[in-house]
Write a protein that binds this ligand. Structure first.
Ligand SMILES: NC(=O)c1ccc[n+]([C@@H]2O[C@H](COP(=O)([O-])OP(=O)(O)OC[C@H]3O[C@@H](n4cnc5c(N)ncnc54)[C@H](OP(=O)(O)O)[C@@H]3O)[C@@H](O)[C@H]2O)c1
Length: 291
C-alpha cells in the first residue's frame, strides 16, 4: 500500500531495538489486511521515555509496542492500564484512543494462545513455570486461571513466592512459588504435564545453556521455551530428542503480536502471515529453524 498523508503510524520502542522482529511482522499484517498503516522501530534510550510518550501524542502515533527497558517505566506516563498490565507491572502494548494512551500486556495471552493453537490445553493440568520476570509474571497470570496447579520457580525465590501468593489470593487456585535449583526442579518436574521456560536462559549467545537436565525430560511432557533466538533452544532440542511435544518461542512472539494487532484494530490478526514474516526475517538473519 502506498504511504500517503493519511497513512497511520505504529511503532515499537526499546533499546536495543535494531533486531526487533515486530516491524516485519506487523507490516506484513497491515499489507495482508489492507490497512493503510506503517510500523517502525524507534530506539528510545533510558531517560528519554517521557519525551517519547509525548511524541506519541504529538505525532498521533496510533499504537505502540514497548520492550526492554521501558515495559515498567512507561506505566506512569499512560492514562490507564488493563488488569493484566496492572498485576504484572509491565506494558508491552499501547493504544492511542483519541488522545488517551492505554496500556496492555499481551505476553501471557500470547503464550496461552501458542499452547492452545498447538493443541495443548492447560485447563486442569499441572504446569511448571521457570521464571518470574516480566514475561514470566504475565504468563503466570493467565496460567493461574486455567491450570489445576501452577508451580513457579525462580532464581530469586522471593519473587516466585510473592507472585504465587498474589495469584493464590486473586484466583483462589493452587499456586506454589519456590527456588529454581536443580533439586527443587527435579522434585516438581516429575508430576507436571507442561513445562515452560520463561527465563532468558538459552538465549543467544548462550545457546548451549539450559536449566533442565535432559534426563528429567520425558515423552509425556509438553515443553515450551519463550526464548526465540535461537528458534530451537537447547531445552527444546533436548525435549524433542526424548519425544516430548515442543512449542517454540516464535509461536508466542506471533500470538502476543497478534493480540496487540487485535487491540489496535478490533479485528482478527492474520497470524499465519505474521508467522511467515517472522520466520523469513529469522532466516535472513541466519537464525534458521535448523539451529
Ligand atoms: N516469545 C516471546 O514472545 C517473548 C516475549 C517476552 C520475552 N521473551 C523472552 O523471554 C525471556 C525473559 O524476558 P523477560 O522480559 O521476562 O526478562 P526479565 O524480566 O529480565 O526476566 C528474566 C528472567 O530470567 C531469569 N534468569 C535470568 N538469568 C538467569 C539464570 N542464569 N538462571 C536462572 N534464571 C535466570 C530471571 O531470574 P531472576 O528474577 O532471579 O533474575 C527472570 O526470571 C527473554 O529471553 C525474552 O527475550 C519472549
Amino acid at each position: 500500500m502506498e504511504v500517503s498523508g493519511k497513512t497511520k503510524v505504529f511503532c515499537v520502542i526499546g533499546d536495543p531495538i535494531e533486531h526487533s522482529l515486530s516491524p516485519m511482522m506487523h507490516n506484513a499484517a497491515f499489507r495482508h489486511s489492507k490497512i493503510d498503516a506503517v510500523y517502525v522501530a524507534f530506539k528510545v534510550e533510558k531517560g528519554t521515555l517521557e519525551d517519547a510518550v509525548k511524541g506519541m501524542h504529538s505525532f498521533g502515533i496510533c499504537g505502540m509496542n514497548v520492550t526492554t527497558p521501558h515495559k515498567t517505566a512507561i506505566i506512569k506516563y499512560l492514562d490507564g492500564v488493563d488488569t493484566v498490565a496492572e498485576f504484572v507491572g509491565a506494558v508491552n502494548t499501547v493504544l492511542n484512543a483519541n488522545g488517551k494512551l492505554l496500556g496492555f500486556n499481551t505476553d501471557g495471552i500470547g503464550a496461552l494462545r501458542a499452547l492452545e493453537e498447538n493443541g495443548v490445553k492447560t485447563k486442569g493440568k499441572r504446569v511448571l513455570l521457570l521464571g518470574a520476570g516480566g514475561a514470566g509474571r504475565a504468563i503466570a497470570f493467565q496460567l493461574a486461571q486455567e491450570a489445576d496447579e501452577l508451580i513457579i520457580l525462580n532464581r530469586d525465590a522471593n519473587k516466585a513466592r510473592v507472585l504465587a501468593g498474589a495469584l493464590r489470593k486473586r484466583f483462589n487456585k493452587r499456586v506454589v512459588g519456590n527456588d529454581l535449583t536443580p533439586n527443587v526442579l527435579k522434585n516438581w518436574i516429575e508430576d507436571v504435564d507442561v513445562l515452560i521456560n520463561a527465563t532468558s536462559v538459552g538465549m543467544h549467545p548462550h545457546r548451549d545453556h539450559t536449566l533442565v537436565d535432559k534426563s528429567l525430560l520425558k515423552p509425556e511432557l509438553t515443553v515450551m521455551d519463550i526464548v526465540y533466538n535461537p528458534v530451537k533452544t537447547k531445552l527444546l532440542k533436548d525435549a524433542k530428542s526424548v519425544g516430548a511435544k515442543v512449542i517454540y518461542g516464535v509461536e508466542m512472539l506471533v500470538y502476543q503480536g497478534a493480540a496487540s494487532f487485535e487491540i489496535w484494530f478490533n479485528q482478527s490478526a492474520p497470524v499465519e502471515v505474521m508467522k511467515e514474516a517472522v520466520l523469513e526475517k529469522l532466516q535472513a538473519g541466519g537464525l534458521s529453524l535448523e539451529q
